[in-house]
Design a protein around this ligand. Structure first.
Ligand code: CP
Length: 312
C-alpha cells in the first residue's frame, strides 16, 4: 500500500490498520531525515498549510508547524484569540476566507466535537484534526502507538491501560481506536464518574483499582484531569484523586515488572503523576513529543500526495 485510504485525517475511527502502518513506515523515514544535519526536505514545496487553533495548544501546534517547515510547506498560523472570530464570524466564513488565499490543507484544533468532520463537508481542502473537543486527537494516538512500537518492538499483543479522565479525553478515544486496530488490548482506570458509559461497547474493560491495572499492563498512559471541560465535580478533592489514581514511584516500584509510562501532556505534576515518575527512565513522555514531528510529517506528506495526484 502506497497511499492513504482517506483524503482527510479526521479521526482514527475513519482510517484502517494499513493506513496506520503506512504512516508509521513513512514516519520511520522522516525520523531519519530529521536526525540529519540538514533536516529539511522539499517534499511539500508547492503546498500551503493553514494551522487554525481555536483552543490552546503547545505541543500539537508547535509540532505541526515544525513538521510543515521541515517539509518546506508554506505555513500560515491562525489563533482564534486574536482573530475576527471574536467579532462573530462563523467557522465556515473564517475558513473560506483563509482558503481564498489558496490554501491546500487545514490543520485545525477546535473545542467542538466533530468540527473537523463538519468542515471537511463544506470546504475544498484536506483537513487534519488536531483535536476536536472530547472527540478525537488522531495524531496524538498515532505518535503514542508509534512510541510504543519504538520502545517495545510492536503494538500487537501489548496490554495498555489508560488512566484518569477518560470521559473528557479525545486522547483516550483515539488511543483506544488506534491500539485496537494495531492488535493491543486496552483497559481504562479512573474514578467511575470519569469513565464513559459506552466504554464496554468499545471492547474496553474498566479496572477501578490502579495497582491491579498497573500489574496487568505493559504500558500505562496517564491522562490529565481536564478541569476546563467540567461544569460539575466528578470526585471529592484533587488530593483524594491523587491518592487513588496518581502514579508515584512507590507504586511503580511495588510492581513485579517494569512498565512503560506515557503521558500526552500537559502534565499536572503531583496530581496524575509525580515528578520522579515523569522524569524517570520508565517514562517516554519526551520521546512521544519528539516522535510527534515525524508522525505529523508523515501524515501531511501522505495527505498532500493525494492532493497532488488528484490534480495530475
Ligand atoms: N498533547 C497535546 O495535545 O498537547 P497540547 O494541548 O499542548 O497540544
Amino acid at each position: 500500500m502506497s497511499e492513504l485510504s482517506v483524503k482527510h485525517l479526521l479521526g482514527i475511527k475513519y482510517i484502517t490498520e494499513d493506513d496506520i502502518q503506512l504512516i508509521f513506515e513513512t514516519a520511520d523515514h522522516f525520523k531519519e531525515v530529521i536526525s540529519r544535519p540538514i533536516k529539511k526536505v522539499p517534499s511539500l514545496r508547492d503546498i500551503t498549510i493553514a494551522n487554525l487553533f481555536f483552543e490552546n495548544s503547545t505541543r500539537t501546534r508547535l509540532s505541526f508547524e515544525l513538521a510543515e517547515k521541515r517539509l518546506s510547506a508554506d505555513v500560515i498560523n491562525f489563533s482564534a484569540a486574536s482573530s475576527s472570530v471574536k467579532k462573530g464570524e462563523t467557522l465556515i466564513d473564517t475558513v473560506n476566507n483563509i482558503l481564498s488565499m489558496k490554501v491546500d490543507m487545514v490543520v485545525m484544533r477546535h473545542p467542538n466535537p466533530g468540527a473537523g468532520v463538519f468542515l471537511s463537508k463544506h470546504v475544498d481542502a484536506s483537513i487534519v484534526n488536531a483535536g476536536d473537543g472530547a472527540h478525537e486527537h488522531p495524531t496524538q494516538a498515532l505518535l503514542d502507538c508509534y512510541s510504543i512500537r519504538e520502545k517495545l518492538g510492536d503494538v500487537a499483543g501489548k496490554k495498555v491501560v489508560i488512566v484518569g479522565d477518560i470521559l473528557h479525553s479525545r486522547v483516550a478515544l483515539s488511543n483506544i481506536f488506534a491500539l485496537q486496530k494495531l492488535g493491543a488490548e486496552v483497559k481504562v482506570c479512573g474514578p467511575k464518574t470519569l469513565i464513559p458509559k459506552y466504554i464496554e461497547s468499545l471492547s474496553v474493560t474498566f479496572e477501578p483499582n490502579l495497582k491491579k491495572a498497573l500489574q496487568w499492563c505493559d504500558v500505562a498512559n496517564m491522562l490529565r484531569v481536564q478541569n476546563e471541560r467540567m461544569d460539575i465535580s466528578y470526585f471529592p478533592t484533587t488530593r483524594e484523586y491523587t491518592q487513588q489514581f496518581g502514579l508515584n514511584k512507590a507504586m511503580l516500584n511495588s510492581l513485579d515488572k517494569e512498565i512503560v509510562v506515557m503521558h500526552p501532556g500537559p502534565i499536572n505534576r503531583g496530581v496524575e503523576i509525580t515528578s520522579d515518575v515523569a522524569d524517570s527512565k520508565q517514562a517516554i513522555i519526551l520521546d512521544q513529543v519528539q516522535n510527534g514531528v515525524a508522525i505529523r510529517m508523515a501524515v501531511l506528506y501522505l495527505l498532500a500526495s493525494k492532493i497532488q495526484h488528484h490534480e495530475d
